[in-house]
Each structure stands twice: as C-alpha cells, then as structure tokens.
Design a protein. Structure first.
Length: 133
C-alpha cells in the first residue's frame, strides 16, 4: 500500500516594508498625485492593500484588473536576461549618469539607494519628480 504522506514544498514570503513609500506618498501634492494616477492608474493603492501571505499570488490578469492597467500596453523596462544600462536608466529617471552608475547593481537598485534619493528629492521640494516623468 502506498504512503499517504504528501510531498509539499514550503513557501516563504517576505513582506516588503513600505512605510517609507507611504510616508512619501502623503507628501505628494494633489496635482502630482492626479498626474501619477492618470499615468499609472491605481498603483498607489497597492501600498495600503492588506496582504494575506497564506493566499496564492494573483495572476497577471488579476493584477491587471486590480490596477486597471494592462501589462501588454506597458512592456517592462528591461527584457529578461539583458543587463540594465546606466545610460538608459539615467535618462528614464532624469538622474546624472554618475549617480546611477554608483547605485545600479546587476539586479537593479538597492531599496536604501532609492529611499535615500526619494528623501533627498523631497527635501529639495521635488518629492515625486521620479513619479512624474
């Protein structure tokens, strides 16, 4: 008789810390927030959406419906397997190439680098320059 024991794969989920993003979001002027919503739809709502880690991850189609944003109309910045080029990242983020070169790693930017840059822009009164391009 076969064993009743099932082979299951344990999954571990790391919940991202978004407190800094929520704080920065509260500093967006209404005009910038409207511009962001026009461009990226309901993406900011993801910051305050409760997450049940025991549930399965939504499909791409479910994310599209949640965000009212269609993936096929918004291709990713870089193709899989292609390295990020500092020149194209600098152009997209309106940052000096030297600054991008210092912060860009093979898998992207460290969250600390992005948070520090966001706070620096906020101090300059350009809180969401990165969100408005």
């Amino acid at each position: 008789m076969g064993s009743e024991r099932r082979n299951t794969l344990p999954l571990k989920f790391k919940l991202p810390r978004v407190d800094t993003l929520i704080t920065l979001r509260s500093k967006i002027t209404p005009c910038k927030k409207n511009n962001f919503i026009c461009r990226y739809r309901r993406m900011l709502d993801l910051l305050t959406t409760p997450i049940d880690v025991s549930a399965l991850a939504p499909t791409i189609e479910e994310y599209e419906k949640l965000l009212d944003w269609y993936v096929k109309d918004h291709p990713p910045f870089a193709k899989l397997g292609e390295p990020l080029m500092p020149e194209s990242v600098a152009e997209a983020l309106h940052l000096p190439i030297e600054e991008v070169s210092l912060g860009l790693r093979p898998r992207g930017f460290a969250i600390k680098f992005l948070e520090d840059k966001a706070w620096a822009l906020e101090k300059e009164g350009k809180c969401f320059l990165l969100m408005s391009f």
